[in-house]
Design a protein around this ligand. Structure first.
Ligand code: F0G
Length: 387
């Protein structure tokens, strides 16, 4: 049996779950996500062998699903009726879906006004009890940790080890897709740092099992306004992490006190990866560039390309190397961000407003025309002059 939590809030296991019959596995057929070559981004960065492993192509549109199938199954198999998470939107969407599939109730704690509508709408539709708390993600986590000590509610945040086990599949699939040729770099966005920990764990285990002969360097990228891990590594040599009040338009990674920072640090150290930070403008540009490749992703995923540019500028990533960006969420998760960017008002009223002029050539604002053939033809001719 799994014992929920001890006094310190740490998960304890009395014994592993017994083997489960296949029909007791809660699944939405997650995984097996595509690996895309990013043609335009490759020529832009000068790194020919540039690929995206798109975890946003999972059933609820984010990487959370591969972990959620395992953790929701564990919750169900151990007899829980309620599952709960604090979230910046994707965990809650995923948890709500898997709970519904397993006939469990789900409780979502999200920061009010700080998650995208796409994600919020998912947890509503999948039937979660959705509480928008007047705090940030870190405040939601604090309340959730207290709640699970008092109520028989199964915690589904990424400190849940079953989630980490499930999220390892991205790395295993990736190596399989590369026919076990080890890439030089894997670049992952960093928020609560569960995903980078899971990917690192999978790589280390595959290395131990001799499925791969060497380790790729796993690098983690944070938004500059939500960079506690970057600061931990660069200012304190990883000796401590100072929690901060986080702020970024990439709301998925608006996290000031990441739970899994020590695990992520071990991944950096054992694979020889780097940690980088990127500005809001760099995120917006990179997102449009991934979009222009016909792939698209949500803002938090785009930190990977923005980070790659910086890592390559300082020579850490070299032109002949193979680089994999882990795209964590689907483009349609946050259409508000995308529309504002293309209309040119994403940075309106912000400190970056003037600098944002440089993103103009990436913008493709919709054009409103009279319903005439002549108007469409002249729009077409005007567009032909733009590369
Ligand atoms: N990218 C996306 C799209 C995310 O939703 C998250 C985290 C991350 C990256 C960062 O991953 O936390 O494992 O380092 N989203 C969580 C949530 C926190 O609640 O949906 P991480």
């Amino acid at each position: 049996m799994l014992k929920p939590l001890d006094q310190s809030g740490v998960w304890r296991f009395r014994e592993l779950l017994p083997p489960l019959a296949e029909q007791r596995v809660i699944t939405l057929r997650e995984g097996n996500t595509p690996l895309y070559h990013l043609q335009r981004c490759a020529s832009l960065t000068g790194i020919d062998s540039l690929y995206a492993k798109h975890q946003g192509m999972n059933p609820t549109g984010s990487f959370k699903d591969t972990g959620m199938t395992v953790a929701a199954t564990a919750a169900h198999a151990t007899g829980f009726h309620w599952v709960a998470c604090a979230s910046t939107g994707n965990t809650s969407a995923s948890m709500a879906a898997y709970a519904a599939r397993g006939n469990m109730r789900s409780l979502v704690l999200i920061p009010e006004g700080k998650i995208s509508w796409g994600k919020l709408s998912q947890s509503l539709d999948y039937g979660a009890l959705t509480c928008q708390l007047r705090t940030d993600f870190d405040g939601c986590v604090r309340i959730l940790n207290d709640l699970v000590r008092q109520k028989p509610v199964y915690l589904l945040n990424s400190v849940n080890p079953y989630r980490i086990e499930g999220q390892k599949t991205a790395a295993v699939e990736l190596l399989e897709q590369l026919e076990w040729q080890v890439p030089d770099h894997i670049i992952v966005p960093g928020g609560n740092l569960g995903n980078s920990s899971a990917i690192g764990k999978a790589l280390l285990e595959m290395h131990q099992l001799k499925l791969i002969s060497r380790l790729p360097k796993v690098s983690i990228v944070q938004a500059q306004g939500a960079n506690p891990f970057y600061r931990s590594v660069h200012e304190f040599g990883g000796a401590k992490l100072e929690p901060m009040t986080a702020d970024t338009m990439a709301t998925a990674i608006r996290i000031g006190n990441p739970a899994s920072w020590k695990k992520a640090l071990r991944v950096l150290q054992s694979t020889g990866g780097e940690v980088e930070q990127v500005t809001e403008l760099e995120i917006a540009e990179a997102k449009a560039e991934i979009g222009a490749d016909g792939i698209g992703c949500e803002p938090a995923s785009a930190v990977t390309l923005a980070g790659l540019k910086k890592l390559s500028q300082r020579g850490f990533v070299k032109p002949g190397e193979t680089v994999i960006l882990i795209l964590t969420g689907h483009l349609l998760k946050d259409p508000d961000f995308t529309i504002k960017f293309h209309r040119g008002d994403l940075f309106e009223g912000t400190l970056q407003e003037r600098e944002a002029v440089r993103t103009k050539q990436l913008q493709r604002a919709p054009v409103v025309l009279d319903a005439t053939l002549a108007a469409v033809i002249s729009a077409l001719e005007a567009a032909e002059k733009i590369p």
